[in-house]
Design a protein around this ligand. Structure first.
Ligand code: XMP
Length: 515
């Protein structure tokens, strides 16, 4: 399988941008794998890589515990590109000198590059690159020449073209390096000679083959939330191992209107996928546990814990399962060390499954991908667009969109109001330009008048934000006509609601969800 095709190996030395390197290589239409720096040389060579990239890392090459590989890898006749720490390691392994830089460089830095070089040809001679280092190469190894400099870094890049060894002190994978992708393109497509035939459908094919080889005839359990990530992971796994996979979908009664049925329609027996699909309708159970609880963190904790209990009870019925599959994607992975697959994450969008469920290993087929790539895989797998482009929905669901205690009646109100809001935003054609939008139920009741009678009902609040990373967000100025129409529909159609508010707060100081 993978060793038949052109491939770049990214050797992970613990840098924070490692996955970005992999992403940039994928953008050059070249397949790549991120592996631990500890991988033995024979295993690396067995993969027949066309090129190797050493990543950055937080250490100093001279530190006792610095992650290092042997110099043999640089003598295997395979082109190598060292980035930041990887550049210093290359210099160190080949007899150059690395020392603490008199001036650390951090951030956008002006770099002078030699255009008569494999990496920098065709690029401006002065360009902005992203630096982040305290050590630097103070003497390049024999046979190398300096190909870039900055005012504080005499060897910002070096190369030995005969041996196909290249090194850059800056980070070409980061967007702030203006021509970084071109440099990586030069390396993988020209130096390494990759033809660039890799596409997302290759990812799908590769993953299917790999999963088959890894799983054999064992059984796999997947917690399916109906969100993009777990849905894509489930379909990918089902294509790989068919009925060896069982998907458990816990409907905690805090989903958006009709969402449970929608998930069942797609993944259940009537849907296009031949899955072992188990839907657990646990709404009543969750409402009971949540009765009278108003404190946000308590609510979250109860929902998370009950989710696990329900999931656990279901998985016990299935018997021993070797693998638990999760839809973890790269941004979920907090620590680096992708190559060290022993790292088992607790962060997950279905609420952090416990490690005491009866399984041996975790499978995360999407852990190398960013969200937009997961969506591409989803489309490639034929998952409906409505699901693939579904906006993020928190694991605790409407539980964090109902301020105060949760009742089935309040869930109904927020579901109906939210459905109206979504319908109108979609009808206005602005849904894809908003990162996340929803209706929530405040615990404020106020007096209104309806017909000839007095009402004393709840207020719904509408929220819509744009964001690139969900760490900060801006409220969206939805046109008044749309808000007006949504408001009218909600107060007329949703029993128990007599007022609609619009949340104009950005994050910070507010968060995207209300609780
Ligand atoms: P906040 O409210 O923290 O939300 O600004 C940021 C993003 O995270 C989502 N969110 C969650 N997602 N489990 C999740 O999977 C959770 O417990 C959770 N809480 C918030 C939220 O919808 C937004 O996209």
């Amino acid at each position: 399988m993978s060793d038949q095709r052109e491939m770049i190996i990214v050797m992970d030395f613990g840098g924070q941008y490692n996955q970005l390197i992999a992403r940039r290589i994928r953008e050059c239409k070249v397949y790549c794998e991120v592996v631990s720096y500890k991988m033995p040389l024979e295993e690396i060579l067995a993969k027949k890589p066309k090129g190797i990239i050493f990543t950055g890392g937080p250490n100093s090459v001279y530190a006792d515990d610095a992650p290092r590989c042997g110099r043999e890898i640089l003598e295997a006749g395979i082109p190598v590109l060292g980035i930041c720490y990887g550049a210093q390691l290359m210099a160190y392994l080949l007899g150059g000198e690395v020392t603490t830089a008199p001036v650390s460089e951090y951030g956008k830095t002006q770099v002078s590059t030699d255009p008569h070089t494999a990496l920098f040809h065709g690029l401006p001679q002065t360009q902005i690159c992203w630096m982040s280092h305290t050590d630097y190469i103070s003497r390049v190894p024999e046979g190398f020449r300096i190909t870039a400099t900055t005012s504080d870094c005499p060897a910002a890049a070096m190369e030995n073209d005969d041996r196909k060894l290249y090194a850059v002190q800056f980070h070409p994978e980061v967007q702030h390096t203006e021509h970084g992708t071109e440099m990586l393109y030069h390396f993988v497509r020209e130096v390494c000679g990759c033809a660039g035939e890799w596409e997302m459908h290759s990812f799908v094919q590769d993953s299917i083959e790999r999963l088959r080889a890894q799983i054999g005839d064992a059984r796999v359990l997947c917690a399916l939330s109906g969100g993009v990530d777990s849905s894509v992971a489930a379909v990918l796994l089902s294509k790989a191992v068919g009925k060896q996979l069982t998907c458990v979908f816990v409907d905690h009664g805090l989903l958006r209107k009709d969402e449970g049925d929608e998930v069942e329609r797609i993944f259940g027996p009537e849907g296009p996928y031949d899955l072992n699909f188990i839907r657990v309708n646990a709404a009543e159970h969750f409402y009971e546990k949540l009765a009278g609880v108003t404190e946000p963190e308590n609510k979250r904790k109860i929902i998370g814990e009950e989710f696990i209990r329900v999931f656990e009870a279901e998985s016990k019925k299935i018997g021993h399962v070797k693998y638990l599959a999760q839809g973890t994607i790269y941004p979920d992975i907090i620590e680096s060390g992708l190559g060290d697959s022993a790292t088992i994450k607790s962060h997950h969008n279905v609420g952090g499954l416990p490690d005491y469920i009866d399984f041996d290993e975790i499978i995360e087929p999407l852990r190398m991908l960013f969200k937009d790539e997961v969506r591409k895989v989803g489309l490639e797998l034929g998952i409906p667009e409505t699901l693939v482009f579904r906006q993020p929905f928190p694991g605790p669901g409407l539980g964090v969109r109902i301020i105060g205690d949760i009742t089935s009646e309040k869930v109904r109100m927020v579901q109906e109001a939210d459905a109206i809001f979504r319908e109108e935003v979609a009808a206005a054609g602005i849904d894809r330009s908003i990162s996340q939008y929803y209706a929530a139920l405040t615990n404020m009741r106020s007096v209104g008048v309806m017909g000839d009678g007095r009402t004393y009902d709840y207020a719904v609040t509408l929220r819509a934000v744009t964001t690139s990373d969900f760490m900060t967000a801006e409220a969206v100025p939805i046109p008044w006509e749309i808000l007006f129409k949504v408001t009218n529909r909600i107060v007329n159609e949703v029993k128990g609601v007599n007022r609609v508010l619009y949340d104009c707060t950005s994050k910070p100081p507010a968060t995207i969800e209300l609780e």
